[in-house]
Design a protein around this ligand. Structure first.
Ligand SMILES: NC(=O)C1=CN([C@@H]2O[C@H](COP(=O)(O)OP(=O)(O)OC[C@H]3O[C@@H](n4cnc5c(N)ncnc54)[C@H](O)[C@@H]3O)[C@@H](O)[C@H]2O)C=CC1
Ligand SMILES: C[N+](C)(C)CC(=O)CC(=O)[O-]
Length: 333
């Protein structure tokens, strides 16, 4: 089981471990998302190395894992899974030196990602796939300075990566499609639900949808049409309940009754044209910035960050349980 399998077609080089045989994963950047990835991979039984340049990163990472571990334990850990299998390294090079997969989760700054991916590529064993958690940069723009861009892919998670199944996978112009296929398969084996894009879709798929929703939310706050609380309740008490079960397409097909989506489009299509085309992105000026921040503080209603994270995690677990989506792994991890 611990012997790395050397394979040819679905890999980027003969040294590549097959997705099913990966045991060692490196996480570069260990903030909200990198830390969430670490917790996920540990719970799935991997040996994890992590590196983050912040002086207190190791302490924060262990705090995040400690907070998530009871939930992950209640969901069922993979055989042998343990927080002891985490090694926080002093350097990036140590973290990736002996790894079989790398997940980068550094700040969303294009130059930083470019430099970091080039550095990671130089230090990572040949053939090992390196994925970026970027929430929006196309890999084509990030892989410009790496010596081996063919192994660089986007693996975009959702917060928290240890609970939300989805990962969006896509390569750049210089990525080998075999690396994209490898990453997609690896994430599946590691218990994620994967959407693979053949071409770079601006904003990926789920984030593009979220951004459209958020754009309208910001407009409503900016214009005083709705409070932050109204906006959140409008989703949690309304469409959000349906979206956990069925996406926006099938949900609206049901709105057409017996006539399905065809009737829905005939009936509502013409009246939807105005909302589709009405608004541009709002200006994120100081007034809007302050209103959104203050509105979120008010909506938190005295709950601490730790309270909110615990509440969100329990809610997501309840939804996953209620909709029969807990057994999403393939059993190999
Ligand atoms: N926060 C979110 O909801 C989501 C974020 N993402 C993406 O994940 C990535 C990380 O975002 P967050 O975790 O939210 O940010 P964060 O600010 O919580 O964490 C970033 C971490 O990177 C570290 N860092 C700074 N410079 C670095 C470098 N040169 N090399 C390695 N690490 C470095 C920081 O010390 C920090 O711990 C971004 O690309 C973001 O777009 C993706 C999905 C969701
Ligand atoms: C806010 N965000 C764009 C960083 C969010 C994501 O990328 C995904 C998520 O967790 O919703």
């Amino acid at each position: 089981m611990n012997t790395p399998e050397t394979t040819s077609p679905a890999t980027t080089s003969p040294e590549t471990t097959s997705p099913e045989h990966v045991r060692r994963v490196a996480c570069v950047g260990a903030g909200v998302i990198g830390g969430g990835w670490v917790a996920h991979f540990l719970a799935r039984g991997y040996d994890v190395t992590a590196w983050d340049p912040a002086p207190d990163a190791g302490r924060k990472l262990r705090r995040l894992i400690d907070a998530a571990w009871p939930t992950l334990t209640s969901l069922g850990l993979a055989e042998g899974a343990s927080t002891d299998r985490l090694t926080v390294t002093d350097t990036l090079e140590q973290a990736v030196a002996d790894t079989e997969f790398v997940q980068e989760s550094a700040p969303e700054k294009l130059d930083l990602k470019r430099d970091l991916l080039a550095r990671m590529d130089a230090a990572t064993p040949p053939g090992v796939v390196i994925a970026s958690s970027t929430s929006g940069y196309p890999m084509t723009d990030m892989q410009t300075t790496a010596a081996n861009p063919s192994r660089l892919v986007v693996g975009h998670p959702f917060n928290p990566p240890y609970l939300i199944p989805l990962v969006e996978v896509v390569g750049g112009e210089r990525t080998d499609p075999a690396a994209v296929a490898w990453a997609s398969r690896f994430y599946e084996v590691a218990g994620k639900s994967v959407i693979t894009m053949d071409d770079e879709v601006p904003g990926f798929i789920a984030n593009r949808l979220q951004e459209a929703l958020w754009r309208e939310a910001l407009h409503m706050v900016a214009s005083g049409e709705a409070t932050v609380r109204d906006i959140d309740r409008s989703i949690t008490e309304g469409p959000g309940l349906r979206w956990a079960v069925m996406g926006p397409m099938l949900t609206f097909a049901l709105a057409g009754g017996e006539g399905g989506m065809a009737h829905m489009l005939d009936h509502f299509g013409p009246s939807l044209k105005s909302p589709w085309t009405r608004l541009e992105a709002p200006e994120l000026d100081k007034a809007l910035y302050d209103a959104v921040v203050a509105g979120c503080d008010e909506a938190a209603d005295g709950r601490s960050l730790a309270d909110l994270v615990a509440e969100r995690d329990q809610g997501v677990v309840d939804v996953l349980r209620a909709t029969g989506r807990l057994d999403r792994g393939e059993g190999s991890r």
